[in-house]
Write a protein that binds this ligand. Structure first.
Ligand code: SF4
Ligand code: SF4
Length: 269
């Protein structure tokens, strides 16, 4: 099956090879413990159809630790992980350990929610918020590159203007301003503090991320597809009538229960 998917992608791309082949949203290492997947990854590289293999993750604290195990050496060349100025520092030692083992690092969620369309006021005479946020990410030498969402052509100008600059963290007044503005609304994507409080095992972090795709990125299609792929058992059906343990548990004061209910309503067909 993976072979068919790869061949189909190569046909669409009209290419003999791709640079990277990733399994997306790996919450643990199970997929790479599957012999068929493991052997396919190794074979694709031997055949020259893929240069690098790896995975993306929304569970950095687990997968970044486990992926450096020598048993994954043949299949984990690079990892796409969430990293930004609002919550990146605690996972920096894990990133450094991975980088020290020669694993490539691709940062995603780099704009910390990037309130697209509502960023106009986060600008000074030298740069815009996205430029400052990208600079913060790339100032870490353990990060090889950053991926950015683009929902308008105007962002091309913003991002191109950021390239070629010496990445730095020293000028963070814009980042501070942004942090102050979104502190009580931005769900830290690497955080799971509220999830352990839920007696019904609702996938709170996932639902909050789908909300981010919808309300911050304004990517309705992506949000709906991601939400549809979530197991029904982990959707926020039990939230109505619950006393809201998750809201009480959020250290940042987010209205978690309200957001879960709203997200479910907006993303359920
Ligand atoms: S509102 Fe209740 S059921 Fe819903 S996620 Fe929060 S704690 Fe769990
Ligand atoms: S809602 Fe609050 S506690 Fe839950 S994941 Fe987001 S930031 Fe963490």
């Amino acid at each position: 099956m993976i072979s068919n998917m790869l061949e189909s992608s190569l046909r669409k791309l009209r290419s003999d090879y791709v640079d990277g082949l990733f399994i997306h949203s790996m919450e643990n290492m199970d997929a790479l413990q599957n012999d068929a997947v493991f052997e396919s990854f190794v074979r694709f590289k031997e055949e020259g159809k893929v240069r690098f293999t790896g995975f993306s993750t929304h569970n950095e604290r687990k997968t970044l630790v486990e992926c450096v195990d020598p048993r994954y050496e043949q299949v984990v060349d690079a990892v796409m992980l969430r990293y930004n100025h609002m919550e990146g520092e605690p996972i920096e030692p894990l990133i450094a350990a991975m980088r020290a083992r020669g694993i490539g690092t691709i940062a995603m969620k780099t704009l910390a929610g990037g309130k697209h369309g509502r960023l106009e006021r986060f600008v000074n005479d030298r740069m815009t918020y996205p430029q400052a946020a990208i600079g913060w990410v790339l100032a870490n030498d353990d990060i090889d590159c950053a991926v950015l969402s683009m929902d308008s052509y105007s962002l091309v100008d913003t991002y191109v203007a950021a390239s070629g600059r010496q990445p730095q963290r020293s000028d963070d007044s814009l980042l501070r301003e942004y942090r102050d503005a979104v502190d009580h609304t931005y769900c830290r994507v690497t955080c799971t503090s509220c999830e352990i409080s839920c007696p019904h095992n609702v996938a709170i972090s996932d639902v909050m991320r789908h909300n981010m795709y919808l309300e911050d990125y304004r990517q309705r299609r992506k949000a709906m597809d991601s939400y549809a792929s979530l197991s029904e058992q982990r959707k926020p059906f039990p939230c109505k009538g619950c006393r809201g343990y998750c809201t009480e548990a959020c250290p940042y004061g987010l209205p978690v229960q309200d957001r879960l209910l709203r997200t479910h309503q907006l993303l359920t067909v």
